[in-house]
Design a protein around this ligand. Structure first.
Ligand SMILES: O=C(O)c1ccccc1NCC(=O)[C@H](O)[C@H](O)COP(=O)(O)O
Length: 258
C-alpha cells in the first residue's frame, strides 16, 4: 500500500514521543476554569472563527515563515477570532510549542494545540504550554485509542476538537460522544479540498446537540455561507488569513450571522 503524508507525519510523531518520554516530565499543570468551547460556540450569533497560525504545510509548502505569532494572534483576536489554532508540528508545518506559549500569553480567547496527537504525553505537553483545546484526528487513531485519549483530555479539563473526514470517522466521533466535531474538507491523504465534504456529512448526520466546525479551504463569505447552510457553527481558517495583508477585511467576510 502507498505511504501517505499522514503515515509519514505519524511515523515522525512516534520518534518525537520517544524523545518526549525521556525529556518531558509534566508538572501538575492546573488549568484556569474557562467557559467551554462548546458553550461559547453554542451561544454565539455569528459564525465562530478559529483562526490559525500556520507557517507552512505539506500541501502548500511555505505559507508565512516570518510570522510573529504574538502579533498575528493579537490581530486575530482584535478582528473577532473566537479561538486561535496553533500548528505546533515542526517537521511538516514549521510550528512549535514555543509558538503556542507565545500565543497563550498574547490573547484571552481559547487556544487550540493543533498537532497529530497519538499519546497521552502530547496532551500533557499541550496542557503545560497553556492550551485550552487539543485536536484529535480520527484518521490517526483506532476507536479505542480515540476514546482513551478523548477521556484523558476531558479529565484534564481540556476541550477536544475531534476531526473527521468521512462517514466511518464520523461514526467514531459519535461513538466517543464528542461534543465538538471538526469536519476537515481537506483529504489528508490526497490534499484535495472540497467544501462538499462538510455538506455531505452534515446532510447525513443530523445531531442538534453537537457543534460542527468546518475546516480548511475558506476564502470568501460565499464559502462560509455554504457550510452554514449545511449546519456548521464554526470554521477553521489558516492559509487565507496567514497570507492576507488585510486580516480585518478577510475576517469580516468570514464572520457571517448564524
Ligand atoms: O494543510 C495541509 O497541507 C495538511 C496536510 C496534512 C495534514 C494536515 C494538513 N493541514 C491541517 C489543517 O487541517 C489545516 O491547517 C486547517 O484546517 C486550515 O486549512 P486552510 O484554511 O486551508 O489553510
Amino acid at each position: 500500500m502507498e505511504t501517505t503524508i499522514l503515515d509519514k507525519i505519524l511515523a515522525e510523531k512516534e520518534k518525537e514521543i520517544s524523545m518526549l518520554k525521556q525529556t518531558f516530565h509534566p508538572a501538575a499543570a492546573a488549568k484556569s476554569p474557562k467557559t467551554s468551547l462548546y458553550d461559547r460556540f453554542y451561544h454565539s450569533e455569528k459564525m465562530n472563527v478559529i483562526a490559525e497560525i500556520k507557517r507552512a504545510s505539506p500541501s502548500k509548502g511555505e505559507i508565512n515563515f516570518t510570522v510573529d505569532p504574538t502579533l498575528q494572534a493579537k490581530r486575530y483576536e482584535e478582528y473577532g477570532a473566537d479561538a486561535i489554532s496553533v500548528l505546533t508540528d515542526t517537521p511538516f508545518f514549521k510550528g512549535s510549542m514555543a509558538d503556542l506559549q507565545l500565543v497563550r500569553q498574547a490573547v484571552d480567547v481559547p487556544v487550540l494545540c493543533k498537532d497529530f496527537i497519538i499519546d497521552e504525553i502530547q496532551i500533557d505537553r499541550a496542557l503545560a504550554a497553556g492550551a485550552d483545546v487539543i485536536l484529535l484526528i480520527a484518521a490517526a487513531l483506532c476507536t479505542d485509542r480515540l476514546g482513551t485519549l478523548y477521556s484523558y483530555a476531558k479529565e484534564k479539563e481540556l476541550d477536544v476538537l475531534l476531526e473527521v473526514h468521512n462517514e466511518p470517522e464520523m461514526e467514531m466521533a459519535l461513538s466517543v460522544d464528542a461534543d465538538v466535531i471538526g469536519i476537515n474538507n481537506r483529504d489528508l491523504k490526497s490534499f484535495v479540498v472540497d467544501l462538499g465534504v462538510t455538506e455531505r456529512l452534515l446532510n447525513k448526520y443530523d445531531h442538534p446537540g453537537k457543534i460542527f466546525i468546518s475546516e480548511s479551504g475558506f476564502q470568501t463569505a460565499s464559502d462560509v455561507e455554504r457550510v452554514k447552510q449545511a449546519g456548521a457553527r464554526g470554521i477553521l481558517v489558516g492559509e487565507a488569513l496567514m497570507k492576507s495583508e488585510n486580516i480585518s477585511r478577510i475576517m469580516m467576510g468570514l464572520k457571517i450571522s448564524l
